[in-house]
Design a protein around this ligand. Sequence first.
Ligand SMILES: [Fe+2]
Length: 307
Amino acid sequence: MTGASLQRAEVVASGGSPFALDDEGAYRAWRERKLAAYPRSVEELFVDIADPAALTTFEHAAIRERCARANMAIYILAGTPRDEKAQRAAVLALGPQLGLTAVEDHRSRDNDGLVAIEVVETGGRLGYIPYTSRPIAWHTDGYYNFHGPERAVQAMLLHCMRDADGGDNRLLDHEIAYIRLRDEDPAHIAALMHPEAMSIPENVEPDGKVRPVNVGPVFYIDPRTGALGMRYTARTRSIAWREDAATQRAVAALSRILVDETLTLSTRMRPGMGLVCNNVLHDRTGFAEGSSGGRLVYRIRYHGLIA
Ligand SMILES: [Fe+2]
């Protein structure tokens, strides 16, 4: 079962969502199963794939199984490295097989929906941290562009074309962050589910466009699936937290949890490896450009969950 269907089943079984603060029983039961099943090493997320354009029943089930446990899977393409065009096509073919069809309309996407994450010196991507070799702090994708659960980035795929010295990713299922926060104090959850918990102030983008203020919760529930979503960034610039004491405490707790959470998994993706996930928390270390032509990772984001 996927994370989403697991939660739906529990709504029926227990009469309440595990994410409802007034249903401690549903939460406890879900929490116990979640922590017991959660991968203890990044290798548990790995799934070998022979042909990404045509997943076998076994490969498909293996990806779903990882996603049910951790909201993410890491695939490894078999065989000799394909050329760039073939890998682009392979990445694009994966999402729909996992139920991902609604591609986010991103300003930096190419016509096929892929965004090339690489160091740039010119063009529309210039000025944004992902397109440098600098580290990227903990975040979920698309946190700055929230217009309700229906239009949120709920899933995404990262595919490594070329690696570098560095550029490692740490990964943490946002449901684990939720558990740590709720266990510490359910008031943290209440504060972070507030519809005005996190604001991205109006900003003039490097490309000159004005991005209006974007306000929303950190944790939200998708009413269609009952799934938990999260928007977050550990950045301290261009971010305004709700100015009440409960929110400040919750944000401090979350940044502390992300420093020393033992269930955090870490990996450096090699060419032909990729992450498929329900928009889990992740970061990236800085990297030095090697002689391989520079680090290149393709990314595609979706509305909707890995089904
Ligand atoms: Fe990201």
